[in-house]
Design a protein around this ligand. Structure first.
Ligand code: SAM
Ligand code: SF4
Length: 464
């Protein structure tokens, strides 16, 4: 008989994608998804430990599900970075927890569940898999009704920034062979997926350690040739490894969307050094300048941390200054959160919580204004929008994204989902745009078409 699984996900796209992989795997073992935890036979919490707050959420979620365990005997498991980090300690701390499954153990999920069922034992599996098997399980087993899909190209990180837990919970950098990635994307295209979002903690490191493998710019060129795929995005690129070859891809590859997420973390060279980021503000700004030179319409987003140990007012001012210089389209900003086992957590000069809070509020206020101004620039322009679905607010509207990754809502119906349409932007808001669909014009998607796009001649018209 079919069983029901409820998955709750915290954290980044990598975690969202891991949840999807777990769901796909479980579907092969007669599980169906439920959005109602109280109807589930299995509850999985996919966790994030990059900052303290999401880590706390895991324990409060487990608290919420305790009653279900008592009432219905629901099997409860924790996956992801907190599971990897805490391992057996989680089983000790939460007596009704059945399963702790680390970041490399996802392909073993069904076997581990079977073991719990047969033996009645609680199970913890957090070994790192040196064979690379854990990267494999992402090929979809059955058709997806989706417009866009994440595709993992590599996992782990060798950078060891002093604040970051990722290398400890995701392991070292490991790439998937390009033939597997290309095969997965071809399958996704056959299933109707139009946009692929390539995932890796450091996509620039793609191919490292794989004999005879292509590098990341070359991988992008090959994906660009896959029929049916209309858009390519990726995250995350590390500023220290952002090569000229990758930057040039933005002018050469017509499917590569004009958006880059390039975390800078701090605008102060003193702090960047303490973070072990491997670049200085001047080189970051030089890379941005080069990107804008090669691809003028490119949208740039980033991550930034305030209150890293030892951050003085002057350092913070340099962060604000860098933000103003770049004019980011959007920014993910975080208060520094000490992570056990990282080098920065041992530094003496931790910044007070109140100071971090104030700096974050100042920074976010400035960024809100910049984001709004960046959105306003698009008013009156024609943009290519990939329609992702009906709007959540109103079923007379559809919602989609521009190539620069901005959300656009406009009147339309379900038949538009999955289509690339030309939309005139009527109004900019803080986090989205409002538009109206316009009649198709002449197509233009040559590299020179990028210039056209900038002046409002989207490529969408190829695919009415
Ligand atoms: N690999 C990506 C890079 O280097 O740009 C980032 C991956 S990390 C999961 C996402 C973001 O979380 C980082 O860019 C950083 O801004 C933030 N982050 C990581 N560790 C943090 C910490 N200890 N405290 C606050 N923010 C943190
Ligand atoms: Fe963490 Fe730095 Fe690696 Fe990004 S590059 S995942 S911030 S260690």
């Amino acid at each position: 008989m079919a069983k029901r699984v409820y998955i709750e996900t915290y954290g980044c796209q990598m975690n969202e994608h891991d949840s999807e992989r777990m769901l796909r795997l479980l579907e092969g073992f007669h599980y169906t998804e439920t959005k109602e935890p109280n109807q589930a036979d299995l509850i999985l919490i996919n966790t994030c430990s990059v900052r303290e707050k999401p880590e706390h959420k895991v324990y409060s979620a487990l608290g919420r599900f305790k009653k279900l365990k008592e009432r219905r005997g629901t099997v409860i498991g924790v996956a992801g970075c907190v599971a990897q980090q805490e391992g057996e300690r989680m089983l000790d701390r939460v007596p009704y927890l059945d399963l702790v499954i680390g970041t490399h153990a996802i392909p073993m999920l069904a076997q581990l569940l079977e073991r719990i069922e047969v033996s009645g034992q609680r199970v913890c599996e957090t070994r790192f898999d040196r064979s690379g098997e854990y990267l494999k399980a992402s090929l979809p087993e059955k058709p997806l009704v989706k417009v866009k899909s994440y595709v993992t190209i590599m996992q782990g990180c060798d950078h060891f920034c002093s604040f970051c837990i990722v290398p400890y919970v995701r392991g070292r950098e490991r790439s998937r062979p390009s033939r597997e990635i290309l095969e997965e994307i071809r399958r996704l295209a056959e299933m109707g997926v139009k946009e692929v979002f390539l995932l890796g903690q450091n996509v620039n490191g793609y191919g490292k350690g794989l004999e005879g493998e292509v590098d990341f710019p070359n991988l992008l060129s090959r994906i660009n040739e896959i029929q049916g795929i209309e858009r390519i995005r990726f995250t995350t690129s590390h500023p220290a490894d952002l090569s000229d070859a990758l930057i040039l891809d933005f002018s050469k590859l017509e499917k590569l969307c004009e958006h880059i997420h390039l975390p800078f973390q701090s605008g102060s060279n003193r702090i960047l050094k303490a973070m072990h980021r491997g670049y200085i503000r001047e080189s970051y700004l030089e890379r941005i300048e080069r990107l804008k030179e090669v691809c003028p319409p490119i949208a740039v987003t980033a991550d930034v941390i305030v209150g890293f140990p030892g951050e003085e007012e002057e350092d913070f001012r340099e962060t604000l200054d860098l933000m103003k210089k770049v004019q980011f389209d959007d920014l993910f900003s975080f208060k520094y959160s000490p992570r056990k086992g990282t080098r920065a957590a041992q530094l003496q000069d931790q910044v007070e919580e109140e100071v971090k809070q104030d700096r974050l509020a100042i920074l976010q206020k400035i960024q809100r204004e910049i984001t709004f101004e960046r959105n306003q620039v698009l008013e009156g322009q024609l943009e290519e929008v990939l329609v992702e679905g009906l709007s959540k607010q109103n079923d007379q509207d559809v919602t989609g994204r521009t190539r620069s990754n901005k959300i656009v809502n406009f009147p339309g119906d379900i038949n538009l989902v999955g289509k690339l349409v030309p939309v005139k932007i009527l109004k900019a808001y803080a986090h989205s745009l409002r538009g109206e669909i316009t009649s198709p014009l002449t197509p233009s998607l040559s590299p020179a078409g990028r210039e056209g796009r900038m002046t409002g001649l989207p490529s969408a018209f190829r695919n009415p």
